[in-house]
Design a protein around this ligand. Sequence first.
Ligand code: SAH
Length: 265
Amino acid sequence: MNSPQTDTSLFKRLRFVLVGTSHPGNIGAVARAIKTMGFSELVLLNPRFPDALTNLEAVAFASGAQDILESAKIVTSIEEALAGCHYVAAVSARLREFSPPILVPRALAKYVSKNIQEPVALVFGNERYGLPNEIVVNCNALINIPANPDYSSLNLAQAVQLLAYECRVAELGDGSTVSGIGFQGKLASASEIEGMYLHLEQALAAIGFLDPTSPKKLMPRLKRLFSRTQLETEELNIFRGIAKKILDNNGHADTPAPDGNEKLF
Ligand code: SAH
């Protein structure tokens, strides 16, 4: 067991176990898949060829994840493969009559990220035969990727990639994954937004789209639309610029922006 049990990050306590893998390329591709998602622990139970970790094809498919191959462990029993793990999930394309509870990858990932602090293992089967029942029945859960029912067997490394991705997203949390991706500007303040509404209202009245004597639900509807957007200051300034132009073209005096934003236009 490489992961100290004191480190509760899933990145340190999730182990990927491959059972009886036949193709060296798949082992390399698995190393790459787990490294791209920030994981590192790989255990091979009885791979079908002796030089599993140094084989040229494995190394080629690992690409830059050679370090994962170098630190991978080869074992000869499932007990050794799972030593130290408190929760074990079998990952299988096949549903069985006798099986532990079935989860989709996302549910598994959330569960092991939030509810388990100890080491966890994900166990993957051989390319042709999958996982033997003797292993599956002893697991805490069976993870099935809900694929095309007519063609549901993924390539081993692709199945590992998908599980590793879900575990990464679950561990990083929705907030950091969604808002952390891509460029983000400064969110507009409540008073900036209020100023924009006022400005838009005046502009819409100036072109006769809004009748101040019978405004109906136009402004509440626009407010509801904007409230769904997490408007940024720069975006808000675009709307103020549009409103300003409308008012200018219609011979109206402009409402100054609360913090001098009109300078941008
Ligand atoms: N023919 C085998 C499939 C082997 S694919 C069988 O019937 O089980 C190799 C491994 O990739 C599987 O053992 C499993 O760990 C994983 N895998 C492939 N497709 C999967 C799916 N749809 N759901 C869960 N695991 C899958």
